[in-house]
Ligand binder design. Structure first.
Ligand SMILES: *Cc1c(COP(=O)(O)O)cnc(C)c1O
Length: 384
């Protein structure tokens, strides 16, 4: 890095995502991928999608990966493959991207909510309690939020003991493990997203379904392609949700080769934040036991009523921040208008996250000096 660049990094904005910096790094591979697909003349469901699916499956690792249009579709297709249909109740977390809830609705199911734990993820002990009393729905859609892996041993024994069918939302959790297991390996089927801000992001939309069940992989391939079981044969109502050759090629050639380094960089930043941030008015929520997180987001909680003051202070230091998420799924009009809100517990912890959470910059191309600026700002802020 030359001195001008270093100077910019010590004074310019610290961004939540820095796609301009990312482009400098991936431009060559991405441009080659575009040329390959363009000149090859086959743009939908061809060799690039097949190669990317194989590489993703090896990398995850899971036996089968099926590329689809985006994370929401990946979730809907996964839920439908798992058997969620008309009015099936699906237990999930209120603290997540609204897409998690939308996927349940689009699959025809009814979302059911319980509170999260101190890490901000679906509280499995509460789910176990409900299951013991016979009140848990048959379908469970946990979300590996913030890039933390939920405790997969616990999830597995719970689902086996109670006969629950698990579909995992891995949109934020590529590369995260619990024990030695990757997220997505306990569910009958799992879904991920290649939205640009995710750890493995496309230059546009993309997603994938992951499973170790070959017949489910086949069903997912049919569902993404109009429900075609043979050419012009439609045995059920499918979607048009195909991952484009262009995006598959870019993901395969330009992004996937960087994922390991990028995940390392995120983990380094997370360690620096944990070691360096020391302010009694800020609390870093614990990661779930056994989680080796992928550093997708770095959540921090302020005192009640102090979030805006903290975010304004960060902004005054040129530091961008975000909130994941300011409004619970249960508070969204789209859901209550559908008359479909079923909540099985009070939601005090999810509500505390919704009111006080702030996400600090943790993208993989942050410079050390930028990480230090964020730490200094966190330590110097006082509630107003
Ligand atoms: C991003 C995200 C989704 C949706 O993915 P899209 O590709 O944007 O449709 C679903 N669930 C979670 C937890 C997400 O973070």
């Amino acid at each position: 890095m030359d001195s001008t660049a270093r100077d910019e990094r010590s004074h310019g904005a610290v961004r939540l995502n820095d796609f301009a910096r990312q482009w400098q790094l991936v431009a060559e591979g991405a441009s080659r991928a575009v040329a390959e697909v363009g000149s090859g003349g086959w743009y939908v469901l061809g060799v690039a999608v097949e190669s990317f699916e194989r590489a993703l499956a090896v990398r995850w690792p899971m036996p089968f990966a099926v590329g689809v249009g985006n994370g929401l579709d990946a979730l809907e297709i996964s839920l439908r493959c798992a058997g969620v249909g008309s009015d099936a109740r699906v237990l999930t977390t209120p603290l997540t991207a609204f897409a998690t809830t939308l996927a349940i609705l689009r699959a025809g199911g009814r979302p059911v909510y319980v509170d999260v734990d101190e890490s901000g993820l679906l509280d499995l002990r509460r789910v176990a309690e409900l299951a013991r009393r016979g009140q848990a729905p048959k379908f469970l859609l946990p979300v590996h939020l913030f890039g933390h892996a939920m405790n997969l041993a616990e999830l597995r024994s719970l689902s086996e003991r109670e006969g629950l069918i698990v579909v995992e939302d891995c949109a934020q959790s590529i590369g995260a493990t619990s024990g030695e297991r990757p997220t997505g390996s306990v569910g009958l089927v799992s879904a991920t997203s290649f939205y640009p801000t995710k750890n493995l992001g496309a230059l546009g939309d993309g997603g994938a379904v992951l499973t170790s069940d070959e017949s489910i992989a086949r069903r997912a391939r049919e569902l993404r392609n109009y429900g075609q079981t043979g050419q012009y044969v439609h045995d059920f109502v499918g979607l048009n949700s195909r991952l484009d050759e262009m995006h598959a090629a870019i993901l395969l050639r330009a992004m996937l080769p960087e994922l390991g380094r990028w995940t390392e960089a995120r983990a380094r930043t997370a360690r620096s934040y944990r070691a360096g941030i020391d302010n009694g008015h800020l609390r870093i929520p614990p990661t779930p036991a056994e989680s080796r997180s992928n550093g997708h987001l770095f959540p921090i909680l302020t005192d009640e009523g102090q979030r805006e003051s903290f975010r304004r202070f960060l902004a005054s230091r040129g530091i961008e921040s975000a909130v994941h998420y300011p409004r619970l799924a249960t508070e969204q009009r789209a859901l209550s208008d559908a008359g479909r809100v079923e909540v099985l517990s009070e939601l005090p912890i999810a509500t505390r996250f919704a009111r006080t959470e702030v996400s600090l910059p943790i993208h993989p191309l942050l410079a050390e000096i930028e990480v230090a600026r964020v730490i200094d700002a966190c330590n110097e802020w006082r509630p107003s």
